[in-house]
Design a protein around this ligand. Structure first.
Ligand code: G6Q
Length: 559
Protein backbone atom coordinates (compact mmCIF):
# COMPACT_ATOMS: atom_id res chain seq x y z
CA UNK A 1 0.00 0.00 0.00
CA UNK A 2 3.12 2.19 0.01
CA UNK A 3 1.88 4.41 -2.78
CA UNK A 4 -1.52 2.93 -3.54
CA UNK A 5 -3.26 5.30 -1.16
CA UNK A 6 -2.05 8.16 -3.34
CA UNK A 7 -3.68 6.75 -6.47
CA UNK A 8 -6.82 8.22 -7.97
CA UNK A 9 -8.62 4.90 -7.33
CA UNK A 10 -7.89 5.12 -3.60
CA UNK A 11 -8.89 8.80 -3.51
CA UNK A 12 -12.11 7.95 -5.36
CA UNK A 13 -12.91 5.32 -2.74
CA UNK A 14 -12.27 7.78 0.09
CA UNK A 15 -14.56 10.35 -1.52
CA UNK A 16 -17.19 7.68 -2.15
CA UNK A 17 -16.99 6.57 1.50
CA UNK A 18 -17.72 10.16 2.58
CA UNK A 19 -20.67 10.30 0.19
CA UNK A 20 -22.35 7.11 1.39
CA UNK A 21 -21.38 7.15 5.04
CA UNK A 22 -24.74 8.56 6.12
CA UNK A 23 -26.69 5.80 4.36
CA UNK A 24 -27.72 2.96 6.67
CA UNK A 25 -27.69 -0.62 5.40
CA UNK A 26 -31.39 -0.85 6.24
CA UNK A 27 -31.97 1.75 3.56
CA UNK A 28 -29.70 -0.02 1.12
CA UNK A 29 -31.79 -3.18 1.55
CA UNK A 30 -35.05 -1.21 1.26
CA UNK A 31 -33.91 0.53 -1.90
CA UNK A 32 -32.56 -2.56 -3.57
CA UNK A 33 -34.89 -5.57 -3.49
CA UNK A 34 -32.33 -7.59 -5.46
CA UNK A 35 -29.52 -6.80 -3.05
CA UNK A 36 -28.93 -10.40 -1.97
CA UNK A 37 -28.87 -11.56 -5.58
CA UNK A 38 -26.50 -8.79 -6.59
CA UNK A 39 -24.16 -9.25 -3.67
CA UNK A 40 -23.81 -12.99 -3.36
CA UNK A 41 -21.91 -15.68 -5.23
CA UNK A 42 -22.22 -19.43 -5.32
CA UNK A 43 -19.89 -22.29 -6.18
CA UNK A 44 -20.64 -26.01 -5.81
CA UNK A 45 -22.40 -26.01 -2.44
CA UNK A 46 -20.73 -22.91 -1.05
CA UNK A 47 -22.73 -19.68 -0.93
CA UNK A 48 -21.00 -16.40 -0.16
CA UNK A 49 -23.36 -13.60 0.87
CA UNK A 50 -21.68 -10.21 1.21
CA UNK A 51 -24.84 -8.15 0.96
CA UNK A 52 -24.77 -7.20 4.66
CA UNK A 53 -21.81 -4.89 4.21
CA UNK A 54 -22.15 -1.11 3.89
CA UNK A 55 -21.39 -1.11 0.17
CA UNK A 56 -23.17 -0.21 -3.03
CA UNK A 57 -22.56 -1.43 -6.56
CA UNK A 58 -20.37 1.62 -7.05
CA UNK A 59 -18.28 0.76 -3.98
CA UNK A 60 -17.54 -2.64 -5.43
CA UNK A 61 -16.68 -1.37 -8.86
CA UNK A 62 -14.29 1.21 -7.33
CA UNK A 63 -12.73 -1.56 -5.24
CA UNK A 64 -12.29 -3.69 -8.35
CA UNK A 65 -10.57 -0.71 -10.02
CA UNK A 66 -8.24 -0.57 -7.05
CA UNK A 67 -7.45 -4.29 -7.38
CA UNK A 68 -6.65 -3.81 -11.07
CA UNK A 69 -4.44 -0.83 -10.29
CA UNK A 70 -2.56 -2.94 -7.75
CA UNK A 71 -1.93 -5.44 -10.55
CA UNK A 72 -3.92 -8.27 -8.99
CA UNK A 73 -4.45 -10.13 -12.26
CA UNK A 74 -0.74 -10.06 -13.10
CA UNK A 75 0.29 -11.22 -9.64
CA UNK A 76 -2.27 -14.01 -9.75
CA UNK A 77 -0.75 -15.18 -13.03
CA UNK A 78 2.74 -15.02 -11.53
CA UNK A 79 1.71 -17.10 -8.56
CA UNK A 80 0.15 -19.83 -10.69
CA UNK A 81 3.13 -19.71 -13.07
CA UNK A 82 5.44 -20.65 -10.19
CA UNK A 83 7.41 -17.39 -10.23
CA UNK A 84 9.41 -16.60 -7.10
CA UNK A 85 6.83 -14.16 -5.74
CA UNK A 86 8.13 -14.76 -2.20
CA UNK A 87 10.96 -12.37 -2.96
CA UNK A 88 12.68 -12.24 0.45
CA UNK A 89 13.22 -16.00 0.34
CA UNK A 90 13.43 -16.22 -3.45
CA UNK A 91 10.73 -18.91 -3.58
CA UNK A 92 7.58 -19.61 -5.49
CA UNK A 93 4.29 -19.96 -3.60
CA UNK A 94 2.85 -22.81 -5.59
CA UNK A 95 0.51 -24.55 -3.16
CA UNK A 96 -2.20 -24.70 -5.88
CA UNK A 97 -0.01 -27.26 -7.68
CA UNK A 98 -0.55 -29.63 -4.74
CA UNK A 99 -4.25 -29.84 -5.49
CA UNK A 100 -3.99 -29.84 -9.25
CA UNK A 101 -5.71 -33.08 -10.23
CA UNK A 102 -6.31 -32.01 -13.81
CA UNK A 103 -3.02 -33.23 -15.22
CA UNK A 104 -1.98 -29.79 -16.46
CA UNK A 105 1.67 -28.91 -15.82
CA UNK A 106 2.79 -26.62 -12.99
CA UNK A 107 6.36 -25.40 -13.19
CA UNK A 108 8.90 -23.98 -10.77
CA UNK A 109 12.04 -22.53 -12.35
CA UNK A 110 11.07 -24.13 -15.65
CA UNK A 111 10.64 -27.63 -14.21
CA UNK A 112 7.27 -29.38 -14.11
CA UNK A 113 6.69 -30.37 -10.49
CA UNK A 114 3.59 -32.50 -11.07
CA UNK A 115 5.37 -35.84 -11.35
CA UNK A 116 7.05 -35.32 -7.96
CA UNK A 117 3.73 -34.29 -6.44
CA UNK A 118 1.94 -37.30 -7.85
CA UNK A 119 4.70 -39.64 -6.68
CA UNK A 120 4.37 -38.26 -3.16
CA UNK A 121 0.59 -38.62 -3.30
CA UNK A 122 1.08 -42.27 -4.27
CA UNK A 123 3.35 -42.73 -1.22
CA UNK A 124 0.76 -41.10 0.99
CA UNK A 125 -1.95 -43.33 -0.42
CA UNK A 126 0.09 -46.48 0.20
CA UNK A 127 0.78 -45.39 3.78
CA UNK A 128 -2.86 -44.57 4.51
CA UNK A 129 -4.04 -47.90 3.13
CA UNK A 130 -1.45 -49.76 5.14
CA UNK A 131 -2.29 -48.05 8.44
CA UNK A 132 -6.06 -48.06 7.95
CA UNK A 133 -6.18 -51.71 6.92
CA UNK A 134 -3.99 -52.83 9.81
CA UNK A 135 -1.21 -54.06 7.52
CA UNK A 136 1.09 -51.56 9.24
CA UNK A 137 1.78 -53.07 12.61
CA UNK A 138 3.50 -51.74 15.69
CA UNK A 139 6.61 -53.40 17.08
CA UNK A 140 4.54 -55.97 18.96
CA UNK A 141 2.43 -56.84 15.94
CA UNK A 142 -0.62 -54.78 16.86
CA UNK A 143 -2.38 -52.48 14.38
CA UNK A 144 -2.32 -48.72 14.90
CA UNK A 145 -5.23 -47.12 16.79
CA UNK A 146 -3.79 -43.68 17.53
CA UNK A 147 -1.86 -41.25 15.38
CA UNK A 148 -0.05 -38.38 17.08
CA UNK A 149 0.99 -35.51 14.80
CA UNK A 150 3.86 -33.61 16.39
CA UNK A 151 4.36 -30.26 14.69
CA UNK A 152 3.65 -26.58 15.24
CA UNK A 153 2.32 -23.59 13.29
CA UNK A 154 1.77 -24.56 9.68
CA UNK A 155 2.71 -28.15 10.50
CA UNK A 156 -0.10 -28.43 13.02
CA UNK A 157 -2.91 -25.93 12.61
CA UNK A 158 -4.14 -27.12 9.21
CA UNK A 159 -4.29 -30.87 9.80
CA UNK A 160 -5.48 -30.36 13.40
CA UNK A 161 -8.32 -28.10 12.31
CA UNK A 162 -9.28 -30.34 9.38
CA UNK A 163 -9.25 -33.60 11.37
CA UNK A 164 -11.68 -32.03 13.82
CA UNK A 165 -13.81 -30.58 11.03
CA UNK A 166 -14.02 -33.91 9.21
CA UNK A 167 -14.22 -36.20 12.24
CA UNK A 168 -17.46 -37.56 10.83
CA UNK A 169 -15.41 -39.09 8.00
CA UNK A 170 -12.69 -40.41 10.32
CA UNK A 171 -12.08 -44.13 10.49
CA UNK A 172 -13.72 -45.80 13.45
CA UNK A 173 -11.08 -47.16 15.81
CA UNK A 174 -8.43 -44.69 14.61
CA UNK A 175 -7.90 -41.45 16.53
CA UNK A 176 -5.78 -38.46 15.61
CA UNK A 177 -4.07 -36.31 18.23
CA UNK A 178 -2.08 -33.13 17.74
CA UNK A 179 0.78 -32.04 19.94
CA UNK A 180 2.24 -28.63 19.19
CA UNK A 181 3.03 -26.84 22.42
CA UNK A 182 6.46 -27.31 23.96
CA UNK A 183 4.72 -27.11 27.33
CA UNK A 184 5.25 -30.69 28.48
CA UNK A 185 1.64 -30.76 29.60
CA UNK A 186 0.54 -31.04 25.99
CA UNK A 187 2.49 -34.17 25.11
CA UNK A 188 2.00 -35.56 28.59
CA UNK A 189 -1.76 -35.12 28.43
CA UNK A 190 -1.94 -36.94 25.09
CA UNK A 191 0.45 -39.77 25.97
CA UNK A 192 -1.34 -40.42 29.25
CA UNK A 193 -4.29 -41.72 27.24
CA UNK A 194 -2.34 -43.84 24.76
CA UNK A 195 -0.83 -47.28 24.47
CA UNK A 196 2.68 -47.20 22.91
CA UNK A 197 2.06 -50.51 21.15
CA UNK A 198 -0.75 -49.06 19.06
CA UNK A 199 0.50 -45.47 18.64
CA UNK A 200 2.17 -44.02 15.56
CA UNK A 201 3.87 -40.63 15.59
CA UNK A 202 4.03 -38.35 12.57
CA UNK A 203 6.80 -35.81 13.10
CA UNK A 204 5.71 -32.97 10.84
CA UNK A 205 8.31 -30.29 10.35
CA UNK A 206 9.37 -28.70 7.11
CA UNK A 207 12.79 -27.79 8.48
CA UNK A 208 13.10 -30.55 11.10
CA UNK A 209 14.91 -28.01 13.27
CA UNK A 210 11.97 -26.33 15.01
CA UNK A 211 12.89 -26.43 18.67
CA UNK A 212 9.43 -27.17 20.07
CA UNK A 213 8.78 -29.97 17.60
CA UNK A 214 12.18 -31.57 18.08
CA UNK A 215 11.86 -31.58 21.87
CA UNK A 216 8.37 -33.08 21.67
CA UNK A 217 9.58 -35.63 19.10
CA UNK A 218 12.52 -36.66 21.28
CA UNK A 219 10.31 -37.06 24.34
CA UNK A 220 7.86 -39.14 22.31
CA UNK A 221 10.76 -41.24 21.02
CA UNK A 222 11.93 -41.86 24.60
CA UNK A 223 8.40 -42.90 25.52
CA UNK A 224 8.36 -45.51 22.74
CA UNK A 225 11.92 -46.72 23.33
CA UNK A 226 11.38 -47.06 27.08
CA UNK A 227 8.44 -49.30 26.61
CA UNK A 228 9.18 -51.10 23.31
CA UNK A 229 12.93 -50.78 22.77
CA UNK A 230 15.09 -48.95 20.21
CA UNK A 231 14.06 -51.15 17.27
CA UNK A 232 10.45 -50.04 17.68
CA UNK A 233 11.23 -46.55 16.35
CA UNK A 234 10.89 -47.75 12.76
CA UNK A 235 7.36 -49.02 13.32
CA UNK A 236 6.18 -46.08 15.41
CA UNK A 237 7.64 -42.99 13.72
CA UNK A 238 7.28 -41.43 10.31
CA UNK A 239 8.31 -37.94 9.31
CA UNK A 240 7.04 -35.26 6.97
CA UNK A 241 9.83 -32.89 6.06
CA UNK A 242 11.93 -31.28 3.36
CA UNK A 243 15.08 -31.98 5.42
CA UNK A 244 15.87 -35.66 4.90
CA UNK A 245 19.30 -35.39 6.50
CA UNK A 246 17.93 -34.17 9.83
CA UNK A 247 15.18 -36.80 9.77
CA UNK A 248 17.80 -39.50 9.27
CA UNK A 249 19.79 -38.13 12.23
CA UNK A 250 16.66 -38.51 14.34
CA UNK A 251 16.61 -42.17 13.39
CA UNK A 252 13.69 -42.38 10.99
CA UNK A 253 14.47 -44.49 7.95
CA UNK A 254 14.25 -43.08 4.42
CA UNK A 255 11.22 -45.26 3.60
CA UNK A 256 9.30 -43.55 6.42
CA UNK A 257 9.87 -39.99 5.17
CA UNK A 258 7.24 -38.08 3.25
CA UNK A 259 8.62 -35.09 1.43
CA UNK A 260 7.47 -31.75 0.14
CA UNK A 261 9.16 -28.71 -1.31
CA UNK A 262 10.50 -25.29 -0.37
CA UNK A 263 7.89 -23.62 -2.57
CA UNK A 264 5.18 -24.78 -0.14
CA UNK A 265 4.88 -22.31 2.74
CA UNK A 266 4.14 -23.83 6.16
CA UNK A 267 0.70 -22.24 6.51
CA UNK A 268 -0.17 -23.33 2.95
CA UNK A 269 1.05 -26.89 3.41
CA UNK A 270 -2.04 -28.85 4.44
CA UNK A 271 -2.38 -29.99 0.81
CA UNK A 272 1.05 -31.64 0.91
CA UNK A 273 2.25 -34.57 3.04
CA UNK A 274 1.72 -32.25 6.02
CA UNK A 275 -1.87 -33.46 5.56
CA UNK A 276 -0.72 -37.07 6.19
CA UNK A 277 -2.60 -37.35 9.50
CA UNK A 278 -5.77 -36.08 7.82
CA UNK A 279 -5.35 -38.38 4.80
CA UNK A 280 -4.86 -41.38 7.08
CA UNK A 281 -7.80 -40.44 9.26
CA UNK A 282 -10.37 -39.81 6.49
CA UNK A 283 -8.81 -42.08 3.85
CA UNK A 284 -7.06 -41.13 0.64
CA UNK A 285 -10.19 -40.93 -1.53
CA UNK A 286 -11.69 -38.38 0.82
CA UNK A 287 -8.36 -36.53 0.96
CA UNK A 288 -8.49 -36.35 -2.85
CA UNK A 289 -12.00 -34.86 -2.55
CA UNK A 290 -10.52 -32.29 -0.18
CA UNK A 291 -7.86 -31.44 -2.78
CA UNK A 292 -10.50 -31.31 -5.51
CA UNK A 293 -12.52 -28.78 -3.52
CA UNK A 294 -9.50 -26.50 -3.28
CA UNK A 295 -8.81 -27.01 -6.98
CA UNK A 296 -12.37 -25.94 -7.81
CA UNK A 297 -11.77 -22.74 -5.85
CA UNK A 298 -8.43 -22.23 -7.65
CA UNK A 299 -10.15 -22.54 -11.01
CA UNK A 300 -12.85 -20.12 -9.95
CA UNK A 301 -10.20 -17.67 -8.69
CA UNK A 302 -8.35 -17.85 -12.01
CA UNK A 303 -11.36 -17.77 -14.31
CA UNK A 304 -14.16 -15.71 -12.79
CA UNK A 305 -14.24 -12.01 -13.63
CA UNK A 306 -13.02 -9.96 -10.68
CA UNK A 307 -16.54 -8.62 -10.08
CA UNK A 308 -17.93 -12.17 -9.63
CA UNK A 309 -14.89 -13.71 -8.02
CA UNK A 310 -15.33 -14.98 -4.44
CA UNK A 311 -11.80 -14.61 -3.06
CA UNK A 312 -11.52 -11.21 -4.75
CA UNK A 313 -14.81 -10.00 -3.28
CA UNK A 314 -14.02 -11.39 0.17
CA UNK A 315 -10.65 -9.64 0.05
CA UNK A 316 -12.04 -6.35 -1.24
CA UNK A 317 -14.84 -6.24 1.33
CA UNK A 318 -12.12 -6.65 3.97
CA UNK A 319 -10.10 -3.80 2.43
CA UNK A 320 -13.19 -1.58 2.49
CA UNK A 321 -13.98 -2.36 6.12
CA UNK A 322 -10.35 -2.02 7.23
CA UNK A 323 -8.90 0.76 5.21
CA UNK A 324 -11.93 2.91 4.51
CA UNK A 325 -14.24 2.26 7.48
CA UNK A 326 -11.48 1.93 10.08
CA UNK A 327 -12.09 -1.60 11.36
CA UNK A 328 -8.95 -3.17 12.80
CA UNK A 329 -10.25 -6.60 13.71
CA UNK A 330 -12.26 -9.40 12.15
CA UNK A 331 -14.37 -11.95 14.00
CA UNK A 332 -14.53 -15.42 12.47
CA UNK A 333 -17.61 -17.15 13.80
CA UNK A 334 -18.21 -20.67 12.55
CA UNK A 335 -21.69 -21.79 13.53
CA UNK A 336 -20.35 -25.31 13.57
CA UNK A 337 -18.63 -27.04 16.47
CA UNK A 338 -16.66 -29.09 13.98
CA UNK A 339 -15.05 -25.87 12.72
CA UNK A 340 -14.00 -24.82 16.23
CA UNK A 341 -10.33 -24.56 15.20
CA UNK A 342 -11.03 -22.68 11.98
CA UNK A 343 -10.59 -19.22 13.60
CA UNK A 344 -7.16 -20.27 14.92
CA UNK A 345 -6.24 -21.60 11.49
CA UNK A 346 -7.24 -18.33 9.83
CA UNK A 347 -5.39 -16.32 12.47
CA UNK A 348 -2.16 -17.81 11.23
CA UNK A 349 -3.11 -17.70 7.57
CA UNK A 350 -4.00 -14.02 7.55
CA UNK A 351 -1.93 -12.56 10.38
CA UNK A 352 1.31 -14.34 9.55
CA UNK A 353 0.87 -13.68 5.85
CA UNK A 354 -0.11 -10.03 5.93
CA UNK A 355 0.97 -8.81 9.37
CA UNK A 356 3.89 -6.84 7.96
CA UNK A 357 5.35 -3.35 8.41
CA UNK A 358 6.86 -2.89 4.98
CA UNK A 359 5.82 -3.40 1.40
CA UNK A 360 7.51 -5.81 -1.01
CA UNK A 361 10.06 -3.12 -1.91
CA UNK A 362 10.96 -2.53 1.75
CA UNK A 363 9.23 0.84 2.04
CA UNK A 364 6.98 1.47 5.02
CA UNK A 365 3.29 0.75 4.59
CA UNK A 366 1.31 3.91 5.03
CA UNK A 367 -1.81 2.53 6.66
CA UNK A 368 -2.84 -0.38 8.79
CA UNK A 369 -3.19 -3.68 7.01
CA UNK A 370 -4.11 -7.04 8.42
CA UNK A 371 -6.88 -6.97 11.02
CA UNK A 372 -6.66 -8.83 14.32
CA UNK A 373 -8.57 -12.06 13.82
CA UNK A 374 -10.37 -13.80 16.62
CA UNK A 375 -13.33 -16.09 16.95
CA UNK A 376 -15.19 -18.92 18.57
CA UNK A 377 -17.89 -21.21 17.35
CA UNK A 378 -21.42 -19.86 17.53
CA UNK A 379 -23.50 -19.73 19.58
CA UNK A 380 -20.83 -19.61 22.32
CA UNK A 381 -19.58 -16.22 21.13
CA UNK A 382 -23.06 -14.76 21.59
CA UNK A 383 -22.77 -15.37 25.31
CA UNK A 384 -19.30 -13.89 25.47
CA UNK A 385 -18.00 -11.19 23.13
CA UNK A 386 -20.89 -10.50 20.71
CA UNK A 387 -22.05 -7.69 23.02
CA UNK A 388 -19.08 -5.58 21.90
CA UNK A 389 -19.65 -6.41 18.24
CA UNK A 390 -23.24 -5.15 18.50
CA UNK A 391 -22.82 -2.05 20.62
CA UNK A 392 -19.20 -1.03 21.22
CA UNK A 393 -17.98 2.05 19.39
CA UNK A 394 -15.31 0.24 17.35
CA UNK A 395 -16.38 -1.55 14.22
CA UNK A 396 -15.76 -5.31 14.30
CA UNK A 397 -16.73 -6.98 11.02
CA UNK A 398 -17.80 -10.62 11.18
CA UNK A 399 -17.55 -13.64 8.91
CA UNK A 400 -20.33 -16.08 9.79
CA UNK A 401 -19.62 -19.59 8.54
CA UNK A 402 -22.78 -21.66 8.62
CA UNK A 403 -23.36 -25.29 7.70
CA UNK A 404 -26.84 -26.25 6.53
CA UNK A 405 -26.81 -29.97 7.20
CA UNK A 406 -25.62 -31.63 10.38
CA UNK A 407 -23.91 -35.00 10.54
CA UNK A 408 -25.60 -37.62 12.67
CA UNK A 409 -23.93 -39.89 15.11
CA UNK A 410 -25.54 -40.67 18.45
CA UNK A 411 -28.40 -38.18 18.38
CA UNK A 412 -31.40 -39.08 16.27
CA UNK A 413 -31.91 -37.34 12.91
CA UNK A 414 -34.82 -35.47 14.44
CA UNK A 415 -32.72 -34.25 17.37
CA UNK A 416 -29.96 -33.19 15.02
CA UNK A 417 -32.38 -31.22 12.91
CA UNK A 418 -33.73 -29.50 16.02
CA UNK A 419 -30.24 -28.51 17.14
CA UNK A 420 -29.31 -27.41 13.65
CA UNK A 421 -32.36 -25.19 13.34
CA UNK A 422 -31.61 -23.42 16.61
CA UNK A 423 -27.96 -23.02 15.65
CA UNK A 424 -28.68 -21.62 12.20
CA UNK A 425 -31.53 -19.38 13.41
CA UNK A 426 -29.02 -17.80 15.76
CA UNK A 427 -26.45 -17.25 13.03
CA UNK A 428 -28.95 -15.61 10.71
CA UNK A 429 -30.38 -13.56 13.59
CA UNK A 430 -26.95 -12.23 14.50
CA UNK A 431 -26.17 -11.04 11.00
CA UNK A 432 -29.60 -9.46 10.69
CA UNK A 433 -29.26 -7.73 14.08
CA UNK A 434 -25.83 -6.40 13.13
CA UNK A 435 -27.19 -5.06 9.88
CA UNK A 436 -30.53 -3.61 11.07
CA UNK A 437 -29.76 -2.62 14.64
CA UNK A 438 -32.61 -1.21 16.68
CA UNK A 439 -33.47 2.49 16.56
CA UNK A 440 -34.44 4.65 19.54
CA UNK A 441 -37.94 4.84 18.11
CA UNK A 442 -38.24 1.05 17.96
CA UNK A 443 -36.93 0.73 21.49
CA UNK A 444 -39.36 3.39 22.71
CA UNK A 445 -42.42 1.65 21.30
CA UNK A 446 -41.19 -1.68 22.64
CA UNK A 447 -40.76 -0.23 26.14
CA UNK A 448 -44.10 1.53 25.97
CA UNK A 449 -45.75 -1.74 24.99
CA UNK A 450 -44.21 -3.21 28.14
CA UNK A 451 -45.88 -0.45 30.14
CA UNK A 452 -42.83 1.72 30.82
CA UNK A 453 -43.03 5.49 30.62
CA UNK A 454 -41.51 8.73 31.87
CA UNK A 455 -38.04 8.82 33.42
CA UNK A 456 -37.95 5.08 33.86
CA UNK A 457 -38.31 4.63 30.10
CA UNK A 458 -35.85 7.42 29.25
CA UNK A 459 -33.24 5.95 31.57
CA UNK A 460 -33.37 2.51 29.96
CA UNK A 461 -33.80 3.59 26.36
CA UNK A 462 -30.18 4.43 25.34
CA UNK A 463 -28.94 1.09 26.67
CA UNK A 464 -31.27 -0.80 24.39
CA UNK A 465 -30.43 1.01 21.16
CA UNK A 466 -28.36 -0.91 18.60
CA UNK A 467 -26.67 1.22 15.95
CA UNK A 468 -26.74 -1.54 13.33
CA UNK A 469 -25.00 -0.90 10.00
CA UNK A 470 -22.32 -3.35 11.14
CA UNK A 471 -20.68 -5.38 8.39
CA UNK A 472 -20.82 -9.13 8.08
CA UNK A 473 -20.31 -11.82 5.47
CA UNK A 474 -22.12 -15.13 5.59
CA UNK A 475 -20.63 -18.23 4.05
CA UNK A 476 -23.18 -21.02 3.90
CA UNK A 477 -21.96 -24.54 3.21
CA UNK A 478 -24.55 -27.12 2.28
CA UNK A 479 -22.54 -29.75 4.10
CA UNK A 480 -19.21 -29.81 5.89
CA UNK A 481 -17.42 -32.47 3.90
CA UNK A 482 -13.90 -32.87 2.49
CA UNK A 483 -14.71 -31.08 -0.76
CA UNK A 484 -16.41 -28.05 0.79
CA UNK A 485 -13.73 -27.75 3.48
CA UNK A 486 -11.11 -27.70 0.71
CA UNK A 487 -13.05 -24.94 -1.04
CA UNK A 488 -13.44 -22.93 2.15
CA UNK A 489 -9.73 -23.03 3.00
CA UNK A 490 -8.68 -22.14 -0.55
CA UNK A 491 -11.20 -19.28 -0.52
CA UNK A 492 -9.44 -17.74 2.49
CA UNK A 493 -5.97 -18.50 1.10
CA UNK A 494 -6.76 -16.53 -2.03
CA UNK A 495 -8.52 -13.79 -0.06
CA UNK A 496 -5.27 -13.39 1.90
CA UNK A 497 -3.33 -13.23 -1.37
CA UNK A 498 -5.70 -10.61 -2.83
CA UNK A 499 -5.33 -8.40 0.23
CA UNK A 500 -1.55 -8.85 0.28
CA UNK A 501 -1.35 -7.71 -3.34
CA UNK A 502 -3.47 -4.64 -2.67
CA UNK A 503 -1.42 -3.72 0.38
CA UNK A 504 1.75 -4.40 -1.60
CA UNK A 505 2.92 -7.08 0.84
CA UNK A 506 4.88 -10.29 0.34
CA UNK A 507 2.34 -12.63 1.98
CA UNK A 508 4.63 -15.64 1.95
CA UNK A 509 7.45 -14.82 4.37
CA UNK A 510 7.32 -14.48 8.18
CA UNK A 511 10.42 -12.70 9.42
CA UNK A 512 8.46 -11.33 12.36
CA UNK A 513 8.73 -14.63 14.22
CA UNK A 514 12.56 -14.68 14.15
CA UNK A 515 13.52 -12.24 16.92
CA UNK A 516 11.62 -14.11 19.63
CA UNK A 517 13.12 -17.44 18.50
CA UNK A 518 16.61 -15.96 18.60
CA UNK A 519 16.12 -14.51 22.09
CA UNK A 520 14.65 -17.78 23.38
CA UNK A 521 17.81 -19.56 22.24
CA UNK A 522 19.87 -16.98 24.16
CA UNK A 523 17.77 -17.19 27.32
CA UNK A 524 17.58 -21.01 27.42
CA UNK A 525 21.14 -21.65 28.71
CA UNK A 526 20.75 -18.77 31.16
CA UNK A 527 17.92 -20.63 32.86
CA UNK A 528 20.31 -23.37 33.96
CA UNK A 529 23.40 -21.24 34.51
CA UNK A 530 24.75 -20.54 37.99
CA UNK A 531 25.75 -17.03 36.98
CA UNK A 532 23.25 -14.24 37.45
CA UNK A 533 21.69 -12.88 34.24
CA UNK A 534 22.76 -9.39 33.27
CA UNK A 535 22.30 -9.65 29.53
CA UNK A 536 18.81 -8.21 29.31
CA UNK A 537 16.66 -5.42 30.60
CA UNK A 538 15.83 -5.28 34.32
CA UNK A 539 12.48 -6.98 33.78
CA UNK A 540 13.78 -9.97 31.81
CA UNK A 541 16.83 -10.37 34.10
CA UNK A 542 14.58 -10.37 37.17
CA UNK A 543 12.14 -12.87 35.66
CA UNK A 544 15.01 -15.23 34.78
CA UNK A 545 16.39 -14.98 38.31
CA UNK A 546 12.95 -15.57 39.84
CA UNK A 547 12.50 -18.72 37.72
CA UNK A 548 15.94 -20.00 38.71
CA UNK A 549 15.33 -19.26 42.39
CA UNK A 550 12.07 -21.18 42.28
CA UNK A 551 13.76 -24.22 40.78
CA UNK A 552 16.75 -24.01 43.18
CA UNK A 553 14.29 -24.18 46.06
CA UNK A 554 12.29 -27.01 44.51
CA UNK A 555 15.01 -28.97 42.72
CA UNK A 556 14.31 -32.28 44.49
CA UNK A 557 11.43 -33.19 42.16
CA UNK A 558 13.72 -33.31 39.08
CA UNK A 559 16.09 -35.94 40.37
C1 G6Q B 1 4.14 -21.03 8.47
C2 G6Q B 1 5.34 -20.81 9.22
C3 G6Q B 1 5.42 -21.54 10.54
C4 G6Q B 1 5.94 -22.96 10.43
C5 G6Q B 1 6.30 -23.44 11.82
C6 G6Q B 1 6.79 -24.85 11.83
O1 G6Q B 1 3.90 -20.56 7.41
O2 G6Q B 1 6.43 -21.00 8.43
O3 G6Q B 1 4.20 -21.56 11.23
O4 G6Q B 1 4.99 -23.78 9.84
O5 G6Q B 1 7.26 -22.60 12.36
O6 G6Q B 1 7.92 -24.97 11.04
P1 G6Q B 1 8.47 -26.38 10.65
O7 G6Q B 1 7.44 -27.07 9.84
O8 G6Q B 1 9.72 -26.14 9.89
O9 G6Q B 1 8.71 -27.13 11.93
Amino acid sequence: MASLSKTSQWQALSAHRDEISAVHMRDLFDREPERFKNFSLELDGLLFDYSKNPVTGQTLSLLVDLARTAGLEGWRERMFAGEAINTTENRAALHPALRNRSGKPFTVAGKDVMSEINRELDNIRAFTVSVRSGIWKGANGQPICDIVNIGIGGSDLGPGMACQALAHYGKAGLDCHFVSNVDGAHLDGVLARLNPQTTLFIIASKTFTTHETMLNANSARDWIVTSLGEDAVEKHFVAVSTNREKVAEFGISASNIFGFWDWVGGRYSIWSAIGLSLATYIGMDKFEDFLAGAEAMDNHFIQAPLERNMPVMLGLIGIWNNNFLGASSLAILPYSQALARFPAYLQQLEMESNGKAVARDGTALDGHCVPTLFGEPGTNGQHAFMQAIHQAERLIPVDFIVVAEAHENVLTPHQHFQHQQVLVANAFAQSEALMRGKTAREVRSELEAQGLCGSELEKLLPHKVFPGNRPSNTILLERLEPRTLGMLIALYEHKTFVQGIIWGINSFDQWGVELGKHLAAEILPELSSDAASHNHNSSTNALIERFKAYHRDNSSHRT
